[in-house]
Write a protein that binds this ligand. Structure first.
Ligand code: SAH
Length: 215
């Protein structure tokens, strides 16, 4: 569990790369800098940890690409003190970036192994998030409403109950589509109850699954 000057140097380079790709919010870049991504990968993969690429984390899942994490965080308008629901905890990396920004994070994961791992690992790293084992299709009605909802898996369509769990003015960010490539969409819940929709290009995510895993 070491985070040395070498790791910090690699992270600084990664942050510069993400900045060049168009992420300009310095607080988000600083949050990326503060989370030791190499500790989310097995130690043999150090050289991959600070490449701007997704990486397999076991159970058929991936830790998202740092640029994508920063991009979704920017679309969420994540600010200190906001209450945000993440669907798809996975490794917990995105959740830590939000915690580093000062967000109050609630995150749901449907694979028990990943949930258990994150539940032990995140506090160990010093990042406190509220983690739940469950089905993100249902959201987290007992903790609603949220200022923002972030889906980190590809949703064929957005379950309507998630919009109900959003505050007025709140945003839901998700890759949407059932094919290999999805469109990143930001939905905003307007005062009149309607939902505005903005599109932000193509991304590739693992699918949001309906049934519980066999574990
Ligand atoms: N945010 C993660 C990457 C997530 S990958 C990170 O930073 O590492 C997508 C995750 O969504 C996987 O862990 C997958 O198990 C989870 N997932 C898929 N369907 C789900 C559902 N219905 N509810 C909750 N989590 C789900």
């Amino acid at each position: 569990m070491e985070d040395t000057y070498r790791h910090k140097g690699m992270r600084r380079k990664l942050v510069n790369e993400i900045r060049k790709k168009g992420i300009l919010d310095e607080e988000i870049l600083e949050a990326i800098y503060r989370v030791p991504r190499h500790l989310f990968l097995d130690s043999g993969f150090l050289n991959y940890a600070y490449e701007d690429k997704p990486f397999p984390i076991g159970s058929g899942q991936t830790i998202s690409q740092p640029y994508t994490v920063a991009f979704q965080t920017e679309l969420l308008n994540a600010k200190p003190g906001l209450k945000i629901l993440e669907i798809g905890t996975g490794s917990g990396y995105q959740a830590c970036v939000l915690v580093a920004l000062g967000v109050e994070v609630y995150s749901v994961e449907r694979q028990r192994k990943l949930y258990e791992k994150a539940r032990i690992f995140l506090p160990h790293l010093g990042f406190q998030a509220h983690l739940f084992y469950g089905d993100g299709y249902l959201g987290l009605p007992e903790e609603a409403p949220f200022d923002g909802i972030l889906i980190t898996a590809a949703a064929p369509e957005i379950p309507t109950c998630l919009f109900q769990q959003l505050k007025t003015g709140g945003v839901l960010v998700s890759p949407v589509g059932s094919g290999d490539i999805q469109t990143m969409i930001r939905y905003t819940k307007l005062k009149n109850g309607k939902i505005a929709k903005e599109k932000f290009g193509n991304f590739r995510f693992v699918p949001l699954l309906r049934e519980k895993a066999n574990d």
